[in-house]
Design a protein around this ligand. Structure first.
Ligand code: NAD
Ligand code: 022
Ligand code: ZN
Length: 375
């Protein structure tokens, strides 16, 4: 069939709308009509050419929602008409990683996904006989896409596509980092560095976990009102507190009975390695945990003195919020539908596919929290 797609032909160039050929689903695969997709930083990271593993031409996009319109042989977990969210972290429930119960990083289709092809080693997308690569196993910047069965989460049918697509990346990453990776307990003190599309979801996750003190750190003062909207209790602009941000934050967390100070949990949502160090060092001696969510530039390295770890601070990272995707994503959709979490106010821009390059401009300039394309 022919599908409508925004194609990344070359790094550093805008996406181009094109009619692309999409072959039908093979064994273990499903054809999904994409109804909405968010635009996220990793799409820009790849499009810009900064991603050393980026492949071109490709159909980017990894934050979608849609409807199953066809299934290949052997597909049992979803059927035509089911509403689904594509998953860049699949869940096969059979590989050593899934069976370990210690990680959400399923390895069943990892190699082919990274190589921009389906598990059988071929692409379903082509244009004039030339192969177009899949992206993060999702390729949601097209009105139809083909996905492995293990890379879709079946969700309830009354959930609006133009909102729950955000659960395909940003919402689950932020909330999951709090609930799955950090396992924050009621009464905890937390610091969130970077109040963008991920950091705001960390903040609402902390509110859900009944954290007591939620300090937001961002260079942009406009983010103060955004953080407060989702449960932030204190705001710090690092450019306005003198030379020692860590000392300032540790001071804020001190109490009459605890003069050591430091947060129980900190989260990096910037991808900046200097911020990652500050986040670790702002943790409480003996037990503070710092969770790295931000994806740093290729080749970047983090540093701290080993003393920080010897004295009990813990440095952790998380992918897709530690969520077991097929199991956890439908639950997060339910939380949204029940009003337990918010999504609507974070979607600051909605546009048709033809305007997708504007969504990238809004993201680069920091004007949007999330842009969503509806098909
Ligand atoms: P964003 O651009 O919307 O937000 C980043 C925020 O950080 C902005 O508000 C900016 O003002 C602030 N900031 C930048 N530098 C700062 C500094 N030095 N000090 C304080 N604040 C600073 O980005 P986002 O969509 O929220 O994504 C954040 C990061 O999370 C990205 O690196 C993204 O790739 C990553 N991410 C990781 C995963 C994962 O699974 N680990 C999933 C999704 C996104
Ligand atoms: C999503 N991300 C950033 C913004 N939106 C993002 C990027 C990378 C990862 C997770 C989220 C990530 C963390 C660890 C890995 N990835 C490696 C997983 C593994 O090796 O098992 C990652 C993922 C997918 C891809 C590349 C890296 C890909 O499909 N190309 C989950
Ligand atoms: Zn993303």
């Amino acid at each position: 069939m022919d599908v409508r797609a925004a194609v990344a032909f070359q790094s550093g160039k805008p996406l181009e709308l094109a009619s692309v050929r999409l072959d039908g689903p093979r064994a273990g695969e499903v054809l999904v009509e994409v109804k909405a997709t968010g635009i996220c930083h990793t799409d820009e990271f790849t499009l810009s050419g900064a991603d050393p593993e980026g492949l071109f031409p490709a159909i980017l996009g990894h934050e979608g929602a849609g409807v199953v319109v066809d299934t290949g042989p052997g597909v049992t977990s979803v059927a035509k008409g089911d509403h689904v969210i594509p998953l860049y972290t699949p869940e096969c429930r059979q590989c050593p990683s899934c069976l370990s119960r210690k990680t959400n990083l399923c390895t069943a289709i990892r190699a082919t996904q990274g190589a921009g092809v389906m598990p059988d080693g071929t692409s379903r997308f082509s244009l004039d006989g030339r192969t177009i690569h899949h992206y993060m196993g999702c390729s949601t910047f097209a009105n139809f896409t083909v996905l492995p069965e293990i890379a879709v989460a079946k969700i309830r049918k009354d959930a609006p596509f133009d909102k729950v697509c955000y659960i395909g990346c940003g919402v689950t990453t932020g909330i999951g980092a709090v609930l799955n990776t950090a396992r924050v307990e009621p009464g905890a003190k937390a610091i969130v560095f970077g109040l963008g599309g991920i950091g705001l979801n960390v903040i609402q996750g902390l509110r859900l976990a009944s954290a007591d003190m939620i300090i937001g750190v961002d260079r942009n003062n406009d983010k103060k009102a955004w953080g407060e909207r989702f449960g932030m209790t204190h705001f710090v602009n690092p450019t306005e507190v003198g030379p020692d941000l860590v000392a300032h934050l540790v001071n804020m967390t001190k109490t009459p009975t605890d003069q050591i100070g430091g947060a129980d949990y900190t989260f990096d949502c910037t991808g900046n390695v200097t911020v990652m160090r500050q986040a670790l060092e702002a943790c409480h001696r003996g037990w503070g945990q710092s969770i790295v969510i931000g994806v740093a530039a290729a080749g970047a390295e983090i540093a701290t003195r080993p003393f920080q770890l010897v004295t009990g601070r813990v440095w952790k990272g998380t992918a897709f919020g530690g969520a077991r995707s097929r199991t956890d994503v439908p639950k997060i959709v339910d939380w949204y539908m029940e009003g337990k979490i918010e999504i609507d106010p974070m979607i600051t821009h909605v546009m048709p596919l033809a305007d997708i390059n504007q969504a990238f401009d809004l993201m680069r300039s920091g004007q949007s929290i999330r842009s969503v394309v509806t098909f």
